[in-house]
Design a protein around this ligand. Structure first.
Ligand code: ADP
Ligand code: ADP
Length: 230
């Protein structure tokens, strides 16, 4: 049994009355617990769509998505909202922090909403933000803002971290630090980390690379010896 399984998943976007676009076309893949996975492909390939389906932010047109043995495509809206809130941590390209809240408050808010989870200050320290926790997002560098968003994602203690172009807005040195942090979330933290990217350089660091193009899986590569990000 796999931790995540996509079975013949299609996602068709309706465009007006008479048109539609097949963004995800009969996709199959599986991901194991604790894996560090990169979904690679050019712009428009369907990567974000796959991630949104995985995170319960969108629904499939056809097919089955099993997470930990449960078919999330059968969830009703309330169950899907709960899944999204409790079981998945999201990390986006543009951080999506609340500008009127400090770093610490941005993280604490999620915990308040979801309940349970990890200690906010310990999580902030683990991403190297202890000294910065009372700063507002505009007072933080891009890399620091992305650390806040990582802290916010992991403080719920989710088994699954979904990252959409997490280094897309960062310079390359800062990007490496963020990727290394995400790799540690998998290697040390035991979390399943899935990164969507068009950056082929990431392939060497991943346990598994899923290459998609035009909504189809082109190749799945398993790395026996993934390299540390650097
Ligand atoms: P990627 O993340 O690989 O760049 P996306 O998953 O964002 O690709 O998009 C895949 C394809 O689906 C693109 O061709 C895009 O134009 C189309 N698409 C994405 N979202 C929508 C939508 N809400 N409505 C219609 N078409 C969409
Ligand atoms: P970078 O070199 O990554 O662009 P900055 O020069 O923007 O970083 O910031 C350097 C440090 O100063 C960062 O650690 C950031 O948290 C802090 N900082 C930046 N702007 C402010 C501000 N307006 N108030 C307080 N601290 C700030």
């Amino acid at each position: 049994n796999h931790f995540i399984e996509f079975r013949d998943v299609n996602k068709e976007y309706r465009l007006g009355k008479n048109n539609s676009f097949l963004a995800v076309d009969q996709i199959n893949f599986s991901i194991e617990m604790g894996e560090f996975v990169v979904i690679l492909g050019p712009s428009g390939a369907g990567k974000s769509t796959v991630l949104n389906l995985l995170g319960g932010m969108d629904r499939v047109t056809k097919g089955t998505i099993l997470i930990d043995g449960k078919d999330i495509t059968q969830y009703n809206d309330k169950e899907l909202t709960n899944y999204r809130a409790r079981d998945v941590g999201f990390i986006f390209q543009f951080y999506n922090l609340i500008p009127s809240l400090t770093a610490r408050e941005n993280v604490a808010l999620v915990k308040e909403v979801v309940g349970g989870g990890l200690d906010v200050d310990e999580v902030l320290e683990s991403v190297g933000l202890k000294e910065h926790r009372y700063q507002f997002p505009t007072q933080l560098s891009g890399g620091e803002q992305q650390r806040v968003s990582i802290a916010r994602a992991i403080c719920k203690d989710p088994k699954l971290l979904l990252c959409d172009e997490p280094t897309g807005a960062l310079d390359s040195d800062t990007g490496v630090i963020i990727l290394s942090l995400l790799q540690d979330m998998s290697k040390i933290g035991g979390r399943t980390v899935i990164i969507v990217s068009h950056n082929a350089a990431l392939a060497e660091a991943a346990d598994k690379v899923i290459r998609i193009k035009n909504g189809k899986v082109r190749e799945v590569i398993i790395n026996e010896n993934p390299k540390p990000v650097k």
